[in-house]
Design a protein around this ligand. Sequence first.
Ligand code: SF4
Length: 222
Amino acid sequence: MVVFLRGCNFKCTYCQNYRIWGASQPNNSNALLREIKRNKDYISAIVFSGGEPTLHLNLLQFLAQTAKKEGLLVGMETNGSFPEVLTTLIADQLLDGLFVDIKAPLSNPQKYAQIVGAGKANTCIIKIKRTVDIGREALAAHKLQEFELRTTLFKGLFSPDEVIEMVNTFKTIPYALQQGRTEMFAQTDLTMLTRDEIAKLAVQCRRPLRIRTLEKGDEGIA
Ligand code: SF4
């Protein structure tokens, strides 16, 4: 079960969930609680997504505690801006899986800021690096079951060298290249890469990766 929490500190050019950017109030916790309980016999995990779910620490704690009591695993998809929230959740044993977006090469704060629409590029990069460190350390200490970095690709958004750099900055961490989709977002000047184009980029990275595309779903590329 994926729970999309409202509000985001980024404004990515390709965001599919831009309709929930602006909401200042968190989702109705009682309604979410009812949904979790109603579905618990049919699901194995809850994944918080958004928007940026880590904007809502209290709500996350409440829902994750509920999920844990129901015997469910808890995952988080995040843009990495709030590492302190992840530290708290991991310390409280409320997180099993962490999935972090890498939106651009971390060596290029200007490009990162341009893609995510955030002003303070260097601060943003520092936070994301801290988030990656937290995930790496928690995985090594068996405090997380799963940790993955992800980059969404569109035609012309990154050069092959930039993709290789992103992926190989974190050589030991599982990484997925995702096919950006254009049918659901506001801005239309980006175009999709095909599965074969993404697979070719993955091979160029010379390390095991996952790719996710409409054509073939989730695949491992050795
Ligand atoms: S971080 Fe995610 S939810 Fe926020 S703007 Fe970017 S793509 Fe959208």
